[in-house]
Design a protein around this ligand. Sequence first.
Ligand code: FE2
Length: 381
Amino acid sequence: MMFGTERSRQYLNREQTNRMPRRQLTIRISQLLILLFSTATLPAGAGEGKAGVEATVVKGGKLEAKYPSDRTYPDLEITQFAYGSCNKPRKVSQDFWDVMLNKKPQLMLLLGDQHYVNSNEVAAHKEAFRQLEQIQGYTRTRNTVPTFAIWDNHDYAEGYLGKHHPNAAAVEAVFFEENRIPLGDARRSRDGVYGAWIFGKHPKRVQVIMLDSHRHRDALPRGGGVSKDPEKTILGKDQWKWLGEQLAQEAEVRIVASSNQVLSDQHRWQRWGVFPHERQRLFDMLTEASGTSVILSGDRHRGEIARLERADSKPICEITASGWAQMYDDHEPNRLRIKGPTAKNHYGWMKINWDRHEINLQLLSTEDSSVILDHVEKIVR
Ligand SMILES: [Fe+2]
């Protein structure tokens, strides 16, 4: 069955809109509003928790994501959401979108490599999104679940260009447009795709922070090495300032999403440990912030859970969900790993039990949502 919002997407396809006579367009928009009103809200309380909120609205004849960044949404109490990364839309089955949807996530966090364009050219990025748009599970997800996306290297550029991307502003504009990010969204006013949201009320607030680890990143050291030059950056000055402002806001649980791994230190690809001073700055900020922080990452085409114990401050837990497509089974080392690695295709799932003060981090199978990895963190105030 086709969802109303999906039908309406077809009505509002840009090319169709351009071709439509004004009267016909008016009729179709009124049909669209009826469809949205009747079907965009899924039944609340279905499944294991509250799920199903309107994820899109129509403005100026176009669908827009309904949850702009840098805002608080006190009426949406979060108890479960999904996340994942590393898709190959033309090479692997896309059934996993509906597998994830069937779990009734309240949010969907896309951690990068939603497509593998591997290009600096705007036209190539547009085409990659056009292919994504043809996947019904993807459009259904985006139209019915508040979906927040960041990019990783393959859906940002050719290679690991970081801030040296020659077309960064142009591909960023495509990213905003194709992710239906409203014109007034704070993300549109800055360089980079980072954003933050606070859901729920005290003492059950969840802050979601999505970082951009590519747009401002300095060149990676040659040969997989480490740079101790304090001038070299991952987030860039403006994003660091913004992150400090976000973490100064109160929340009981903070979800910090980075396309690249933060704790892992033993592979030669992009990771926060390549610029150790930047990683330490992140650790210090999370230590300073109230509540319990959990890091989500992607990129590695394997799944794992790692944990950094610290004698004098809160532990830092990271779950890497990188497994919609093309898994690697080469047992990459990670001295802080506590669960995994897994080479089974998976997505990330998080449940928050507010009564028991627990966060349950899981990797679930993209075939049937069976549990692959499972870990519980206590919520400490
Ligand atoms: Fe990837």
